[in-house]
Design a protein around this ligand. Structure first.
Ligand code: TXA
Ligand code: MG
Length: 499
C-alpha cells in the first residue's frame, strides 16, 4: 500500500539551490535538510523528480548536461539510502505547448501507469506555482516551498495553497496529514464546533497563528488571556469573515474606515473603531474601541464562517514571546489550553497585521505590520506618524517596548560592529547576504534584500537562532520603508537595548 503513494519533487529550488542553468554536477548544492526530509518520507512514499528544463529547447544547455546533473544528484541521494524511481525532464518552453511541461500532469499520469500509483494519495512539492498546480486535475496535493524562487513567486500563488519554509517542513506536514483534504475539512469543522461550544482554537492566518474564541463568549475570551499569560489590559483583535459581521461589532463606521476596508480586506489590516455594546469588555480591555480585521487566509475565513461568529484572537504565543508562523512554533510555546489546532503550514505574510485607528477624519498607525504605511497613505492621504515605541504604551499595548522577544538577548546595531560579525557565539540576523565571510550562525532574511520576503522569514529565523544556545543574537536596522518599518518595529521590541 505504502508503495502506491508518491511524492513528486521539483528539482531546482526545491531539493537543490536554483543556480540557473546547472551544467556541471560539481555545482550541485543540496539544501541542508533535503536528505532529512526524504528520509522522513521514504517508508511510505516513492520518489519521482519532475523538472522543467526549458534551457534545452533554447539551446542554453544540452539534455546531456541535464542528465549528468540528474545522475550525480541520484548518486548523492542513493549514497544516503534515498531512491528516486524515475527522473522526468521536460526540455520545452511554455510557448511550445507540449504536454509535458508543468502544470500539465502528464508525467504524474505516466508514473502512475508505470508504477501503479494512487495519485490521489500522492503529493507534489515545488517552489513555483506551476509545481503545485500540476497535481490539480489528477487529485495530487501540491505543497509550495519558499526556498529557491518560492518567495519571489509567492504573490502569484492563490491564497488557498499551503506554504512551507522548506522541503523538510513540507515533509513533516505530509507525514502528519496523509489525507490532506479530509484533514483540513474535518479539522476546520471540529474547530468551528469548538468555537461554538466556548472552546479555544489555534488557527493559521496570513500573518501569524491566532488563538481564538467566540467574541461574544466572555468566559471563553477570558481563558485566552489565561492560556497566553496575557495581561487583561491588552485588548484583542476580532476576526470576521464578512463586512456584515464587522458592522455588528461597531457603533459607527467612519467613511475613511469603509475606504480602508474596501481596499485592504481581506488582508493584514486591523481597524480600531468605536465599539458596539455587543462586544464584551474583556475583548477590548474596557476600551470604547474594538480592533477588527478580515483575514485573507481561507482556513481562517472558513473557520469563522462555520463557527457563525466573529473570533477574538491574539497571536498564539505566550505574552511577550515571538509570534508563531507555523503550527510547530505554536506548540513549542503553548502546550495546552486549546481544544483544536489547525495546521495550515507557514503564514505567508509572517508579521502581524497593521493596526490603524480611524477617528473621524484622521487615521493613526498604532502598530506597523503586513500592510505598509505607504499603501495606506495611497488610499487615505497622509496618516499621523507612528508614535514612538514605548512612549504611548497605554494607547496600544502592542507598542510596549519588550514584546515579540526571543530568549537569547537580541541586540540591534546600525551597522553591526565587525568584532561581533566575527564572533562565533553571536547569531546574525541579516536582511541580505554579507559581502565577506562571517563567523558563527547566520540567518539571511532575503537573498535579494526584499522586505516582504524578510517579513515572511523574520520570526522563523529568530526562532532558529534562539534554539542554538548562543550568547546573543545581533541584527541591524532595515530600510525604513514598506514592510521594513514593521520588521524594524519588531526587531526594536525584541531587542534588549536599542542601537
Ligand atoms: O496579525 C494579527 O494581527 C494577529 C493575527 C492572529 O490576526 N493578531 C495579533 O494579535 O497580532 P495581538 O493580540 O498579538 O495584537 C493585537 C494588537 C495589540 O497591539 C493590541 O494592543 C492592539 O492590537 N489592539 C487591539 N485592540 C485595540 C484597541 N481597541 N485599541 C488599540 N489597540 C488595540
Ligand atoms: Mg502578539
Amino acid at each position: 500500500m505504502g508503495y502506491r503513494r508518491a511524492v513528486f519533487l521539483d528539482r531546482d529550488g526545491t531539493m537543490i539551490e536554483d543556480v540557473g542553468l546547472l551544467k556541471d554536477p560539481n555545482d550541485i548544492r543540496l539544501f541542508p535538510d533535503t536528505i532529512d526530509a526524504l528520509l522522513l518520507l521514504q517508508d511510505k512514499y516513492r520518489f519521482f523528480v519532475v523538472t522543467n528544463q526549458s534551457g534545452v529547447v533554447r539551446g542554453e544547455i544540452s539534455i546531456k548536461e541535464v542528465d549528468a546533473v540528474n545522475r550525480r544528484l541520484d548518486e548523492m541521494l542513493r549514497s544516503r539510502g534515498i531512491i528516486i524511481e524515475k527522473w522526468y525532464v521536460c526540455p520545452h518552453e511554455r510557448s511550445d505547448r507540449c504536454s509535458c511541461i508543468k502544470p500539465n500532469p502528464t508525467f504524474l499520469s505516466q508514473a502512475a501507469a508505470e508504477f501503479g500509483l494512487f495519485l490521489s494519495k500522492s503529493f507534489i512539492v515545488g517552489d513555483h506555482p506551476h509545481d503545485v498546480f500540476t497535481g490539480d486535475t489528477v487529485g495530487t496535493f501540491g505543497l509550495y516551498v519558499l526556498t529557491g524562487h518560492g518567495e519571489r513567486h509567492l504573490s502569484d500563488l492563490p491564497p488557498d495553497r499551503l506554504v512551507f519554509h522548506s522541503l523538510r517542513e513540507a515533509a513533516e506536514w505530509i507525514v502528519a496529514h496523509p489525507s490532506p483534504h479530509t484533514y483540513l475539512r474535518e479539522c476546520t469543522e471540529r474547530g468551528a464546533e469548538a468555537i461554538r461550544n466556548g472552546g479555544l482554537v489555534v488557527f493559521p492566518t496570513e500573518t501569524v497563528y491566532g488563538l481564538g474564541a467566540d467574541v461574544f463568549n466572555a468566559e471563553a475570551v477570558a481563558r485566552i488571556f489565561e492560556v497566553k499569560h496575557r495581561p487583561l489590559h491588552d485588548p484583542l483583535i476580532v476576526h470576521v469573515s464578512n463586512v456584515a459581521q464587522a458592522l455588528l461589532l461597531v457603533s459607527e463606521l467612519p467613511p475613511l474606515a469603509k475606504k480602508l476596508m474596501d481596499r485592504f480586506w481581506p488582508g493584514p489590516l486591523s481597524l480600531v473603531l468605536p465599539k458596539s455594546p455587543n462586544v464584551p469588555d474583556v475583548v477590548t480591555a474596557g476600551s470604547a474601541t474594538v480592533a477588527i480585521r478580515m483575514p485573507s487566509s481561507p482556513i481562517a475565513s472558513d473557520l469563522i464562517r462555520q463557527a457563525e461568529t466573529p473570533i477574538a484572537a491574539p497571536s498564539a504565543n505566550r505574552f511577550g514571546c515571538t509570534s508563531p508562523t507555523t503550527a510547530k512554533h505554536v506548540i513549542d510555546g503553548l502546550t495546552e489550553g486549546f481544544d483544536v489546532l489547525i495546521d495550515g503550514g507557514a503564514c505567508r505574510v509572517g508579521i502581524e497585521s497593521t493596526v490603524v485607528a480611524v477617528e473621524g477624519d484622521t487615521v493613526r498607525i498604532l502598530r506597523p505590520g503586513g500592510i505598509s504605511v505607504e499603501d495606506i497613505e495611497a488610499v487615505v492621504g497622509p496618516v499621523s506618524p507612528l508614535r514612538e515605541v514605548g512612549v504611548h504604551a497605554g494607547t496600544s499595548p502592542g507598542m510596549l517596548p519588550q514584546h515579540y522577544a526571543p530568549q537569547t538577548p537580541l541586540y540591534l546595531y546600525n551597522p553591526i560592529p565587525s568584532s561581533l560579525l566575527m564572533d562565533k557565539n553571536a547569531g546574525k540576523l541579516l536582511l541580505c547576504p554579507p559581502n565577506e565571510n562571517l563567523a558563527g550562525p547566520l540567518e539571511i532574511l532575503s537573498r535579494t534584500g526584499n522586505l516582504n520576503e524578510a517579513a515572511v522569514n523574520l520570526y522563523a529565523a529568530m526562532r532558529r537562532l534562539d534554539s542554538l544556545g548562543l550568547s546573543r543574537i545581533v541584527s541591524h536596522l532595515f530600510p525604513d520603508e514598506g514592510l521594513g518599518r514593521a520588521v524594524n518595529d519588531r526587531l526594536a521590541k525584541a531587542s534588549t537595548t536599542e542601537m
